[in-house]
Design a protein around this ligand. Structure first.
Ligand SMILES: *Cc1c(COP(=O)(O)O)cnc(C)c1O
Length: 439
């Protein structure tokens, strides 16, 4: 599979280049030059297939020219190491729970796929491959856990000292092995600046292969299409049209759903559900796209005022804004609406939604009300409610237990290297073989 840049259709690169570079040199997003459509038999067989079997067929259709069948199997098996159950919440309304991975959010799927794909693509590369991540909390844990124990790739997480929560910090500082945590005496922006400087340092880049594994990387984006196929396969038989609501921030997850639809998955309508950071719902209403400064909400992983995947969505519809607006409906909700929905669903059904999932639920419910009886709907539950424990506890008046796999991090041993915030220090750290020291 080849990829073009959304800023220049004539800039075409290989899978390896797209994955290592992450972003095109012209700052465009990489997109597949061709999207394969899966055969009818595949869709007929779906209900009989396991998540991994489905993943093998879908990734196979995309990457068969780039990877061997064994590599595709290795990649898919590593990625789909936990389930994504479809849970009935109300009549014709299902939650697709994407939070059963190590860091309790859907980003675990992309991080695991990305790590394994990088390792496969870099086989035989002589330089050390290092993934640099600056984090204010969540990205560091998803990437570190996704890459943990993947041979041939080192991960370096830079985080601001004293500025991430204890639980988040423990998720990337207790791993060890190929994951090194650097506690930077500074703020998040210092960490990000250090990483950017490293990427543009000629000498460093001759010695080692530095990459970012950031959220717009195709290796994190593409695997997210897999659970749309899986959700469809587990939906009870019905004669209704399918609507899928995606609680969105940077719109990578929704874009991956559209990719699945472009590959032939019969999704009638997508619902772009956001909090008050509503630039995409505003666009879908007919306004020109206009980024805005982000506003803080209780669904804070979606507090995005300039969604980085917007051009990817447009590209998936052949840059046809009319078609885009036909297929995708936008809804946005404030924190009061979100909390009301969390309370109502808990009281009526016992189901506990996190604030992001609740935004997804609301978008779906609103759309289904406008079209009574026509649809069966799925909303993506993107995070475990315990990940947003203080909001969930306060909203529902409960004391939600923290899942065992998250508590386990708290029992680990914190291993960090402390560092000031000068690039000289970071560079000398990168050029000494620090990794042998703590093995
Ligand atoms: C990242 C994230 C989102 C937003 O996903 P996008 O792909 O950026 O739209 C939604 N919910 C949770 C819990 C997240 O972590």
């Amino acid at each position: 599979m080849h990829f073009y840049s959304t800023n220049n259709p004539n800039h075409i690169v290989s899978l390896k280049d797209a994955v290592v570079k992450g972003l095109a040199p012209d700052q465009g997003l990489y997109m597949p030059t061709e999207i394969p459509v899966l055969p009818k038999e595949f869709f007929e067989n779906l209900p009989k297939m396991s998540f991994r079997e489905i993943g093998f067929e879908v990734i196979g259709a995309l990457f068969i020219g780039d990877l061997t069948r064994d590599q595709i199997k290795e990649l898919v098996d590593h990625t789909l190491a936990f389930d994504a159950p479809l849970v009935k919440v109300e009549e014709d309304v299902y939650a697709l729970e994407l939070f059963h991975g190590p860091t309790l959010a859907f980003k675990d799927f992309g991080a695991r796929f990305c790590s394994k794909l990088m390792a496969i693509l870099m086989e035989g590369e002589e330089r050390k491959i290092r993934v640099l991540v600056a984090t204010s909390g969540d990205t560091g844990s998803a990437v570190a856990n996704g890459f943990f124990k993947v041979n041939g790739v080192e991960v370096i997480v830079l985080y601001p000292k004293g500025k991430v929560s204890k639980l988040q910090e423990m998720q990337f500082t207790t791993l060890g092995e190929n994951v090194t945590a650097l506690e930077v005496d500074g703020v998040f922006d210092d960490c990000q600046t250090l990483v950017k400087q490293a990427f543009s340092d000629v000498e460093l880049n001759q010695k080692m292969l530095l990459t970012s594994a950031n959220s717009i990387n195709v290796a994190r984006w593409i695997p997210q299409c897999l659970y749309y196929f899986y959700a469809f396969s587990r939906l009870p038989k019905n004669n209704k049209k399918l609507a899928i609501s995606v609680p969105s921030g940077n719109f990578g997850n929704l874009g991956a759903g559209i990719l699945a639809e472009r590959m032939g998955l019969p999704i009638d309508t997508f619902i772009a559900s956001t909090n008050v950071n509503r630039v995409v719902p505003d666009f879908l209403e007919g306004n020109p796209f206009q980024s805005k400064p982000s506003v803080a909400t209780i669904s804070n992983s979606m507090d995005v005022g300039n969604p980085s995947n917007f051009n990817r969505l447009l590209a998936l519809y052949g840059n046809d804004e009319k078609l885009f607006r036909e297929k995708v409906k936008g809804f946005y909700f404030d924190d009061v609406d979100t909390q009301k929905a969390m309370v109502q669903i808990k009281e009526e059904t016992g189901y506990i939604m996190d604030p992001h999932g609740a935004v997804g639920y609301l978008g779906l419910r609103n759309y289904m009300k406008m079209n009574p009886g026509e649809y069966v709907g799925i909303f993506l539950e993107t995070a475990h409610p315990a990940k947003f424990k203080s909001v969930v506890d306060e909203t529902l008046g409960i004391d939600l237990p923290i899942p065992e796999r998250l508590m386990a991090f708290m029992k680990g041993k914190k291993q960090v290297l402390e560092m000031g915030n000068s690039f000289q220090e970071f560079k000398s750290f990168l050029t000494t073989d620090f990794t042998d020291g703590h093995r």
